[in-house]
Design a protein around this ligand. Structure first.
Ligand code: ZN
Length: 248
């Protein structure tokens, strides 16, 4: 088992309220392809910027919907890793609030409540026109990778993925919940995110201004490393179980 830095173990043990910010590195060890890695096969000739926009969806709904249906199927085919499970276990011992940039549902499937999906969720679809959530079946992509979006039962509009597209603002409620959770905590952990994507990138700074210690868990150095109280070079699936084992 990996060595937990004593100062990190102490902060974790003493914290009653822990806020965890997670990014792509959290899910990588489950085998969830990153956004760019999802650009393979049928969709390889498109940039994400060509697929993940409302303009693209309006231009070719079946192309864009098919890509998201395939990504959803990809997420459903993988399982939460030891890092997700450790956070769920921690949540049974302390108040653990999770704000994630990930659009997968691996935290939930591990048994955690997610406070905020900052970039939306692959599993949550809604009407493009009236916003009504869609609870029906998501069609599988055909051999060409295309899938016609279902129609809204209320207004007949096309059903769109519940993720944040390029050019769209983050969900206001998710962002304000995450900001509150970063100021009102005994410890903020930043797991597997380079911290480069704004405005979520500003959350660790929000915590530090409020006097909340920030611990980074990431195998690589990131722009956050220098300002974090501790930068622990480990991965989510190795570091988090080791940390939770030290809680006593
Ligand atoms: Zn509608």
């Amino acid at each position: 088992m990996t060595e937990v830095p004593d100062a990190v173990a102490r902060l974790a043990r003493d914290a009653r309220r822990v806020t965890v910010l997670t990014g792509a590195g959290m899910s990588a060890e489950s085998g969830v392809p990153t956004f760019r890695d999802a650009q393979t096969g049928l969709w390889a000739r498109f940039d994400p910027e060509q697929l993940a926009t409302e303009t693209a969806f309006r231009r070719d709904p079946a192309l864009v919907f098919g890509w998201y249906a395939a990504r959803l199927a990809g997420v459903r085919a993988v399982a939460p890793n030891a890092g997700h499970l450790a956070l769920a276990e921690w949540g049974r011992r302390a108040e653990v609030r999770i704000a994630t940039q990930n659009v997968d549902d691996l935290h939930e499937r591990a048994g955690s409540d997610v406070l905020a999906h900052l970039h939306g969720s692959l599993a949550a679809f809604r009407c493009l026109d009236c916003g009504r959530p869609f609870g029906g079946t998501i069609p599988a992509p055909d051999a060409a990778g295309r899938a016609e979006p279902p129609q809204c039962a209320s207004c007949g509009g096309p059903i769109r993925p519940g993720v944040v597209w390029f050019g769209e603002a983050l969900p206001e409620r998710a962002l304000s919940d995450a900001v509150a959770a970063c100021t009102d905590a005994d410890l903020v952990l930043v797991v597997g995110t380079s911290g480069l994507v704004h405005p979520a990138a500003g959350l660790p700074a929000v915590a530090r201004r409020a006097g909340v210690p920030v611990v980074e868990i990431n195998p690589d150095r990131t722009p956050l490393s220098a300002s974090a109280d501790h930068a622990w070079r480990t991965t989510a699936a190795i570091g988090l179980p080791a940390l939770v084992a030290r809680l006593g």
